[in-house]
Design a protein around this ligand. Structure first.
Ligand SMILES: CC(C)(COP(=O)(O)OP(=O)(O)OC[C@H]1O[C@@H](n2cnc3c(N)ncnc32)[C@H](O)[C@@H]1OP(=O)(O)O)[C@@H](O)C(=O)NCCC(=O)NCCS
Length: 174
């Protein structure tokens, strides 16, 4: 008789919780791996741990860092920050989400997103947004799946190695 085996997905094994100081090392490792692999849009150079520790210690009440904790091991994180310090934009947040390579495609990104959206609402944000390079738009599938929409394009908006490139504005209404 054939036996069926069910492999439990990471999202059902992980719990998303607020990050604590000792998580910063894993957060930095996950983020830096993405930077080395050129997955990051903005960052080119890996972060030194002491810089990330200083960042974590200086978080304001409008920021949040969440981690996906699987049996005591951090396998992903999400960070929320205001889009701008200007009052007129104070309702806009930016949420970044990173999942350890080996654990992708198992619902952790969505789980982190749902929790960070809830944290953003609680902190009074009304929308989330981010800028994406137009030439990278095929990489936006995850965000579109979450409900982000293309809000428009800014021409010649980012300078990469002296070349001006178009930037897509992505937004999500909370
Ligand atoms: C983007 C990222 C966070 C997705 O995490 P993940 O755990 O693999 O995502 P999930 O398994 O939760 O997928 C959530 C949904 O998005 C979809 N999805 C995930 N990656 C996708 C992609 N590249 N293109 C299209 N859809 C995608 C999944 O099919 C899933 O859809 P469903 O829930 O409706 O079935 C992860 O790939 C990552 O860390 N990438 C590097 C960092 C990065 O680019 N972060 C975004 C910039 S801040």
């Amino acid at each position: 008789m054939a036996r069926s085996t069910t492999v439990e997905r990471a999202d059902s094994k992980a719990r998303v919780r607020e990050a604590i100081l000792k998580d910063v090392q894993r957060i930095t490792e996950i983020h830096n791996q993405g930077i080395v692999d050129r997955e990051s849009v903005l960052d080119i150079t890996p972060y030194p741990l002491n810089q990330r520790l200083a960042w974590f210690k200086s978080l304001s009440s409008r920021e949040a860092v969440l981690v996906a904790d699987m049996g005591g091991c951090v396998v992903g994180f999400s960070a929320l920050q205001p889009f701008s310090q200007d009052d007129v934009y104070s309702h806009i947040g930016v949420a970044t989400i990173w999942v350890e390579k080996d654990f992708r495609g198992q619902g952790l990104g969505r789980k982190l997103a749902e929790k960070v959206f809830a944290a953003a609402r609680k902190k009074g944000f009304k929308k989330l947004m981010f800028f994406a390079y137009y030439f990278n738009r095929e990489k936006l599938g995850f965000y579109k799946r979450l409900g982000y929409e293309e809000a428009g394009m800014l021409r010649r908006h980012a300078k990469i190695k002296d070349k001006l490139v178009d930037v897509l504005v992505m937004e999500y209404l909370l």
